[in-house]
Design a protein. Structure first.
Length: 121
């Protein structure tokens, strides 16, 4: 069943990307399902968060792994335009000491560079 859901998700992503005329080359078209708003010169999701988790021997290594996890999933779902953690809104990070080092959990709302329309309104 999980494989079937994955295939269906890929089909939906592909169909959405093909049918979305205002998607850039680095977007999947799936971001259109969320509300956005302008923040600090970027377009950000209003209330949709993504999270990422990572582990490492130090807090810095765990944070880097968690951010990589957040960026990877965000890029898969919406495209790399949305997948820059440093540009995300409402960023948060928590740490937990483990037997092997540290675990980090990050959470943030995806944002992307504001695209200005060349059309007159």
């Amino acid at each position: 069943m999980p494989a079937a859901r994955f295939v269906m998700a890929l089909i939906a992503i592909g169909a959405s990307a093909l049918s979305t005329s205002n998607a850039t080359a680095d977007e999947t078209g799936m971001a259109a399902m969320h509300d956005w708003r302008a923040e600090r010169g970027k377009a950000c999701f209003v209330d949709h968060f993504h999270s990422g988790t990572g582990e490492g021997p130090t807090k810095a290594a765990a944070r880097k792994a968690a951010i990589t996890d957040w960026e990877g999933f965000t890029a898969f779902e919406y495209g790399s335009d949305w997948a820059r953690f440093r540009s995300a809104g409402s960023r948060g990070i928590d740490y937990e000491k483990t037997a092997k080092g540290w675990r980090a959990n990050v959470e943030a709302r995806p944002c992307r560079k504001q695209i200005r329309s060349s059309r007159k309104r």
